[in-house]
Design a binder for this molecule. Structure first.
Ligand code: MG
Length: 470
């Protein structure tokens, strides 16, 4: 006859081995972490309080950065919306999918093209592992039906399918300044779409950020029992700026600060929901932006902090953005100076969810998980800076070489081809002030060789941005 203690011991061992033990759950990585990517639009490197902004207060993002990792060398695949988003979605430089162009920098409501359906998106990767997927917010990867999120692995979609300043209306005789600095939703006849159906036009942008935040929270609550992938791509702080009444006039930074406070409030609500649903430790939350600040909009545009220039350029201010990663107990808190890119999210989350990478095509991502988990530093060594279809610059380690430099969104966008490329050390000179090419000919050659190798692996494909109806 066995004692009661014996049965108690056997039962305890059973619980431990079957994963019922609390300790076991928190120690062992779940092989299907939930993934949330929060993507702001035109938010600059210097726009969050945790990245040094003196008057924009972003307490929730700051907390996310403290509890997780704040990356100081995090990049996007391009300095404008459409190609940047294509890079994030596919883990491939947009030149490979035809999603960058020298004829049109982004897609417009009457563009005929979009992200080709034979591209594999992060959402499609996650679907392979049984994830529920949702896109909330700005899409900007094609407005024709075959290019909408439903065709790219998303179970649901809610948002404005392109930029919030498109579809100008009722603006005849109204000055540019009036339209943007005194913005009214009537000037921007943009549709709000649910899955593939237009539900509101013009979209009421005053409550847009709030509704996106609410949709994100509801999605998490609804799918808390399943692994999920949520892509929350805010339309703001891209101009025209709008915020809910609750946030108007709240920031010392003015309307731009109000907008960021509302985005930050949504981050707080998402983190709170993860805690309440018990998903906090098994959910990777990433926060970043699609490109640098739109500087020509003065106080309605953001700031790249100490970085040079902004949106549309291949200077650091156009392409380097905040990058915050959080998953308590898994991601090692700290500031990371290694190089990362939104191109790496595809690879990193695929690896986290144990999904194989596509073998029939080149992907440009690096698995950042060793840095995220604090187990190594296998980060990105190099980066190519495209503007349209042309390579303007490239980075290898600390060094960045500019072949062409050009400002953006001003009347005279002077384009300078550098017969002798400009070399900067981004570690000692992040502002790109001191050209050190003459002193470092071997570095120049090394980067030129790297660019030649990259070019030889790029096959020409159809330009998806060039054609428009009318
Ligand atoms: Mg943008």
């Amino acid at each position: 006859m066995k004692s009661a203690n014996y049965y108690f011991l056997v039962f305890t061992l059973f619980l431990f081995n079957s994963g019922f033990s609390q300790n076991k759950i928190s120690e062992e990585p779940n092989n299907k972490p939930n993934i949330i990517i929060i993507f702001a639009d035109d938010l600059g490197y210097g726009d969050l309080s945790c990245y040094g902004h003196p008057t924009i207060m972003t307490p929730n993002l700051d907390r996310m950065a403290t509890e997780g990792q704040k990356w100081t060398n995090f990049y996007v695949a391009a300095s404008v919306c459409t190609p940047s988003r294509a890079g994030l979605m596919t883990g491939r430089y947009p030149i490979r999918s035809g999603m960058c162009s020298d004829k049109s920098r982004v897609l417009f409501p009457n563009s005929t093209g979009g992200l080709p359906t034979n591209e594999i998106t992060i959402a499609e990767q996650m679907k392979k592992a049984g994830y529920v997927t949702a896109a909330v917010g700005k899409w900007h990867l094609g407005y024709q039906k075959e290019y909408l999120p439903a065709s790219h692995g998303f179970d649901s979609y809610f948002g404005i399918p392109y930029s919030n300043d498109m579809d100008r209306a009722n603006a005849e005789g109204v000055s540019h300044k009036e339209i943007f600095w005194n913005a009214d939703i009537k000037y921007f006849n943009v549709p709000l779409i649910k899955n593939e159906t237009e539900i509101e036009r013009p979209a009421n942008q005053n409550t847009l950020t709030k509704r996106y935040n609410d949709a994100a929270v509801n999605f998490i609550k609804k799918n808390q029992k399943k692994p999920f992938f949520l892509y929350l791509a805010h339309n703001l702080p891209h101009v025209p700026l709008f915020a809910s009444k609750e946030f108007l006039g709240k920031s010392k930074r003015g309307l731009y600060g109000d907008v960021l406070m509302e985005i930050d409030d949504g981050v707080g609500k998402i983190l709170k929901t993860l805690k309440e649903t018990g998903l906090d430790k098994n959910t990777l939350v990433v926060f970043t932006s699609d490109n640098g600040p739109w500087l020509v909009y003065n106080d309605h545009g953001g700031s790249a902090g100490l970085l040079k220039d902004g949106k549309g350029t291949s200077w650091e201010g156009g392409m380097r953005v905040p990058g915050i990663f959080r998953m308590p107990g898994k991601i090692k808190p700290g500031t990371v100076t290694e190089i990362g890119s939104t191109l790496d999210l595809f690879t990193t989350v695929s690896k986290m969810a144990n999904i194989d990478l596509p073998q029939d095509r080149i992907t440009d991502g690096i698995d950042l998980s060793s840095i995220l988990y604090g187990t190594g530093n296998d980060g990105r060594e190099n980066l190519i800076y495209y503007r349209g279809q042309k390579i303007y610059a490239a980075r290898k380690g600390a060094y960045k070489l500019h072949f062409i430099t050009q400002t953006a969104y001003v009347k005279d966008t002077k384009k300078t081809f550098h017969k002798k490329p400009l070399l900067f050390n981004l570690e000692t000179d992040p502002e790109e002030r001191f050209n050190i090419a003459i002193e470092n000919p071997e570095k120049v050659k090394e980067i030129e060789k790297m660019v030649d190798e990259h070019k030889s692996g790029v096959k020409p494909v159809k330009d998806q941005l060039a054609e428009r109806i009318n």
